[in-house]
Design a protein around this ligand. Structure first.
Ligand code: ATP
Ligand code: MG
Length: 432
């Protein structure tokens, strides 16, 4: 069953010295320890690992004895964080899955077959088989420079195939988040899903509805905020899984795709990114769709329109909480970006100066540029705001009227769609 592979092609210079030090120290303490999971997979595929995880037969208490200053963490299972300089290594004890046949521990599976608790220690081969994909179940011994392969992961590495360990439907049922993980790894590493793994997604995907909103939010950020969001979204669409996360109306995918492309680009350029920006784009189509109604009730009053938009934003975000637990700071970000969209269309000197001083101006402006790319707003508006922010921008603001004439606004006919309403968002020149 166990394959010891010496000819694996891992470039040792890419292995974290700190991780090797942790493994050395555990071994001097009489324990067994290896690198495992994502880092081994990435090293084998020639990708730079983002972090290094260690698996060991030492219990968390044992690890604490070897490294006195560690942190025990973990909601679902206990893991030890060992800090070495700036790097934090995750050290976890070999575990096994407790299954239905294990009468002694019946509380470990829900009625639907989902894993509830997973904190039973096991041997290294049991630890390999409880992992999700064969390529995630490889162990690297940096001292002997060999890879330990219990699940035929090396063959799948060679064929760039992502395959669930064991019976795919059962493994997805145990933990439906593995469906999203499958798409995420396929997108990130350009792997092909094994046909059996691929075919088990459709029958099991309904189970994703039972995943706690906090865990889905974590997975959302991993899917879309690590540089391969556009491709991950493409795979979600192919598997008709987008609505597990968002209520996208038909054809509502244009803005989300543009936002993902922009986020991927920024990550490549090492620029800061925030989930708030993506959330603003993902939920915007739903917001716009419902804005018609909200604005009709405002009856042309700018104040009432603003209040209706605030209320609508609150309601769209609140409805989303039951699927994705969006932390409060991010939902405030979304509300700010949305609130500023109609203001970007009001080019009076007072309004423009006010907007430029807003902490969220830059995000709102970036969002406007996306909407322009999506064909929702006039290019001229984007160019104008780009120019206002340059050295000569003051000249542009000086030429603006102090306030738009109010009387004309009242006589405006009610537009047919909210998106065409300049009160709500820029949809071209105001109707005469
Ligand atoms: P990434 O590069 O995104 O961190 P990773 O493979 O390291 O990828 P993690 O979520 O950090 O992913 O998990 C570490 C390892 O733990 C995985 O490689 C896998 O072996 C195991 N694992 C994580 N989540 C699950 C799960 N839901 N079911 C089974 N095994 C899992
Ligand atoms: Mg990892």
């Amino acid at each position: 069953m166990l394959n010891r592979i010496a000819d694996h092609g891992i470039d040792r210079s890419r292995v974290s010295k700190n991780a090797v030090a942790v493994i050395d120290k555990l071994r001097s303490g009489g324990f067994d320890a290896y690198l495992v999971g994502g880092c081994v997979r990435d090293l084998l595929l020639g990708v730079v690992p983002k972090d290094f995880d260690v698996a060991t037969d030492a219990t968390p208490e044992d690890v604490r004895r070897v490294f006195p200053r560690v942190r025990l963490v973990g909601r679902r299972f206990r893991i030890v964080h060992v800090r070495m300089g700036r790097e934090v290594l995750e050290v976890s004890t070999f575990r096994r899955t407790v299954d239905d046949e294990d009468d002694a521990q019946p509380q470990h599976l829900s009625e639907e077959g989902m894993i509830l608790r997973d904190n039973v220690y096991g041997s290294i081969d049991e630890d390999a088989f409880r992992r999700d994909f064969t390529v995630n179940a490889l162990y690297y011994d940096p001292v002997e420079d060999v890879v330990l392969d219990y699940c035929n992961g090396m063959a799948d590495i060679d064929e760039r195939t992502l395959r669930l360990i064991g019976d795919p439907e059962r493994r997805f049922r145990e933990d439906p988040v593995r469906i999203l993980r499958a798409l995420r790894f396929a997108a990130k590493l350009d792997l092909r899903l094994h046909p059996d793994t691929h075919d088990a997604i459709a029958p099991m995907c309904e189970m994703l509805n039972a995943i706690p909103a906090a865990r889905l939010f974590d997975e959302f950020t991993k899917m879309f905020m690590t540089g391969h969001g556009e491709q991950a979204f493409e795979l979600l669409c192919q598997h008709e899984l987008v609505d597990i996360l968002f209520p996208l109306p038909p054809d509502g995918d244009v803005l989300p795709r543009l936002a993902l492309a922009s986020t991927d680009r920024r990550i490549k350029e090492d620029k800061p990114v925030t989930p708030g920006f993506l959330l603003a784009a993902f939920l915007w189509p739903e917001y716009v769709e419902r804005a018609d109604l909200a604005l009709a009730e405002a009856n042309g009053s700018r104040q009432r329109a603003a209040a209706a938009q605030e209320e609508l934003a609150r309601s769209v975000l609140a409805a989303q909480q039951s699927t994705l637990a969006i932390p409060r700071r991010h939902s405030w970000f979304v509300r700010d970006v949305w609130r500023l969209q109609p203001m970007l269309d009001r080019r009076t000197s007072r309004n423009v100066n006010k907007l430029l001083a807003q902490p969220r101006f830059r995000a709102a402006y970036d969002f406007l540029l996306l909407r322009i790319e999506a064909g929702e707003a006039e290019e001229e508006l984007g160019q104008w705001w780009t120019e206002v922010q340059t050295q000569d921008g003051q000249e542009l603001t000086d030429r603006l009227p102090r306030e738009q004439p109010r009387r004309r606004r009242r006589r405006r006919r009610k537009p047919s769609r909210a998106i065409d309403n300049p009160e709500f968002a820029n949809g071209g020149p105001p109707p005469q």
